[in-house]
Design a protein around this ligand. Sequence first.
Ligand SMILES: Cc1cc2nc3c(=O)[nH]c(=O)nc-3n(C[C@H](O)[C@H](O)[C@H](O)COP(=O)(O)O)c2cc1C
Length: 345
Amino acid sequence: MPTDRQDLQVQTMVFYAVAPMMGYTHRWARVFYRMLSGHVQLYTEMLVDQAVIHGCDITVLPQEGPVILQLGGSDPDTMARAVAMAEPHAYVAYNINAGCPSDRVKQGAFGACLMKDPPRVAALIRAMRQETHRPVEVKTRLGVDDLDNDDHLYRFLESCLHAGCARIVLHARKAWLSGLSPAENRTIPPLQYERVLAAKARFPDAQIMINGGLSTFNNPWHDALDGVMLGRAVWDHPEILLTVDPLVTEQEGRGDIADIVQHYIAFCHEAGARPSLFLPPLMGLGRGKAGARAWRQSLTNILAQRTGQGGSGKHDPLLIHRMIEESFVRFTGDLNGAKLTQMVV
Ligand SMILES: Cc1cc2nc3c(=O)[nH]c(=O)nc-3n(C[C@H](O)[C@H](O)[C@H](O)COP(=O)(O)O)c2cc1C
């Protein structure tokens, strides 16, 4: 346990982030996203505290740059132990998942359920802070089930902030714990951005980030709030990450995306990454533009061949690497001279 506790200052500049997404924001996706933006804040997928304690792989590659570890759990001791396990790694902060409504999460009584129990979340924050100098933050929603009003939200936020929560990420809709699937819980409850702004007005000194349904980083909310987090839009259009660095530094972004993609493919090949993990983050490239559908299809075919489903069942990594490169060359050719960078929305 650290002895001379001194909380790290959370940066005060507007924070641009890619949302934690289970099954999506794994190590390889993070490497790709980092190649597209040096300044975007990346999060892990949610890792359950027990899994961390039992030794699941939480190493961070240097190529990922700054990453925040998102933890799921509801027991202060277990969450604190998970933080202690993560401390030797290069995470820059810890995030508590208090917004996810999936069945698995409900069984563990964490995720969005935690909104119903502000003292427990405060206890989690306090216990985690005992193990780290790094900031501890909370990702949550505007409400859960019938606890969907500003009074409850403010009580919840106040309790988090009082316990030392360094930043709140607010998904601008409520969650229903029964009756809606996780995917429906990301579309059916209406977005209420004005309630996020009201929360910031109620807690002007708190760091509050907005999330939910946003399609660009440069959106109207970023002046009034402390950060903007996008999830599905980045998965669907990874090239929008090229817009982040110019917003932060007022300098050009990271150059030609074709070079970046080639670099990423070569890096993953060298590192021995599984195609089923490192190819999907590329599938959204150029979505909606000439050649993008064929590009996605060719990646799908490569994955099918790799697993032997209806294909030749070839497993030679060098061959797979060559096929990916050839598909990419075909894709950039289909773009008819247009550069992928010109597609940025
Ligand atoms: C496939 C998928 C997996 C997700 N997994 C997590 C997760 O592990 N932890 C979490 O806090 N939120 C998770 N979310 C919710 C996102 O972080 C985000 O709050 C939500 O998608 C709304 O943002 P968006 O409209 O920009 O996608 C997930 C979302 C998706 C689409």
